[in-house]
Design a protein around this ligand. Structure first.
Ligand code: COA
Length: 404
């Protein structure tokens, strides 16, 4: 049953906004939120008075002085006075948590038009504060000193993966080690980021640089080098959700399916090399949309670290477990491959302002599907998927979006 058959209405993305990601020293959290909220409402053809509810995805966890962020969008217009506004937090998936709450409000009929925003300001704090703040997502690690922050957690995943599947990540003719495979993923996403005007990093490092440990590409937490990590970023994105579009809307895009699944935490009950709940969220979203992988034209996935993108190839069913390397080695996930992954440059090159990421992924996908992605545009993109993850495979959100 499609989303419309199941709920009796369409969910449309009717307008969106996106700041550049990066170290945005001239902006505050408020200025970022107000900017994208204004763009999204204007591009939807609505007025602020038409917005019935606001959801704001933001993680924070002490990276900024605490504030009452849910209401910051109200600074945009006096006509937003009294609009219910709620902040959602689900670690690095806080933006998608806001998106799906917005979807549910429209489906429930308690709101006609919902403004969804994701925002984070990370670069004001020092690296130690950011690292400790991100680890606040784990109640076991919160408050404990860490030199490697979240990189250390994903490095453990990479070590387990390497141990289990070894350097035997191969295709006929040659063998490559895990480090080289991860380097290829980094190089692909950095190359793609060159075409994204919103991206934090416009640097085509190339395969050799990303595969090699050097002074400019040091090990952060073995086996992850600097180029295996997403950067620390500021930024915001917003989208308006409605059941129908006004004439003024840019080019609406339909939500065809969505899924959400959480995994156990702490992780003793889990296999660290498998993102099982990520897979469950994929299956839920694709089943609701009534499509398989072959019905998708692109995917924007959560490559907070390159090892995450590698395991994602397996979670989404592109390859069997342990064989994710084939997806990059055989060219499937490049721009001209059978399923381009992270044409935007992903979190790796675009940046990862934590709470903004999930909303940004939806906005980038909507740009592709409405033919407004500019230099990132894929030819004939009709249906795409967005996957956003909080923690190490803990909070998992997937959306299938399609052109009207
Ligand atoms: N990838 C590639 N290059 C990066 C980079 C990244 N992630 N982060 C910084 N750089 C580059 C900078 O552009 C700069 O280049 P330059 O010297 O040519 O100007 C250089 O590296 C040094 O920048 P700096 O900011 O001092 O780097 P750093 O060593 O302090 O930080 C990381 C690098 C990888 C440690 C940091 O980006 C990080 O902690 N990332 C992970 C964030 C995270 O955990 N997010 C949550 C995920 S779940």
């Amino acid at each position: 049953m499609t989303l419309k058959e199941q709920f009796g209405k369409d969910i449309l993305l009717t307008g969106w906004g996106h700041t550049k990601f990066g170290k945005l020293t001239d902006d505050t959290l408020e200025s970022l939120i107000v900017q994208v909220a204004g763009e999204a409402i204007k591009n939807s053809g609505l007025e602020p008075r038409d917005i019935d509810e606001i959801y704001l995805g933001q993680f924070n966890s002490g990276m900024q002085p605490l504030g009452f962020t849910s209401s910051l969008a109200l600074q945009l217009s006096a006509d937003l006075a009294n609009v219910p506004a709620t902040r959602t937090e689900n670690a690095c998936a806080s933006g998608s948590a806001a998106f799906q709450q917005g979807v549910k409000a429209v489906l429930a009929g308690t709101a006609r038009n919902v403004l969804v925003i994701g925002a984070e300001k990370m670069t004001d704090a020092g690296a130690d504060v950011v690292g400790a703040g991100l680890l606040g997502a784990s109640y076991e690690m919160a408050g404990k000193p860490s030199t490697t922050g979240f990189t250390g957690l994903f490095a453990e995943v990479a070590k387990h993966y390497g141990k289990r599947y070894g350097a035997g990540i191969s295709r006929p003719g040659f063998e490559e080690g895990l480090g080289d495979v991860l380097g290829s993923i980094a190089a692909k996403n950095h190359r793609n980021g060159m075409d994204n005007p919103y991206a934090q990093m416009h640097r085509d490092f190339g395969e050799e640089f990303c595969r090699t440990i050097s002074e400019k590409n040091p090990m952060v937490a073995e086996p992850l080098r600097r180029t295996d990590c997403s950067p620390v970023s500021d930024g915001a994105a917003a989208v308006v959700l409605s059941t129908s579009a006004t004439g003024g809307a840019t080019a609406p895009v339909r939500l065809a399916g969505f899924g959400h699944a959480n995994d156990f935490f702490p992780a003793e009950k889990r296999d660290p090399t498998e993102f099982a709940a990520t897979r469950a969220s994929w299956e839920r979203a694709l089943t609701m949309a009534g499509v398989g992988l072959d019905g998708l034209d692109f995917a924007e996935v959560h490559d907070c670290f390159t090892i995450a993108e590698l395991i994602m190839y397996e979670a989404m069913g592109l390859t069997p477990r342990g064989e994710g390397a084939r997806a990059i080695q055989e060219g499937w996930v490049y721009k001209d491959g059978k399923l381009p992954v992270n044409v935007s440059g992903g979190l790796k090159a675009k940046g990862h302002p934590v709470g903004a990421t999930g909303v940004s992924q939806h906005v980038i996908a909507a740009m592709q599907l409405s033919g407004t992605a500019g230099s990132m545009q894929l030819p004939a993109a009709r249906r795409g998927v967005v996957q956003n993850m909080g923690g190490v495979g803990i909070a998992n959100y997937v959306s299938v979006l399609e052109a009207l």
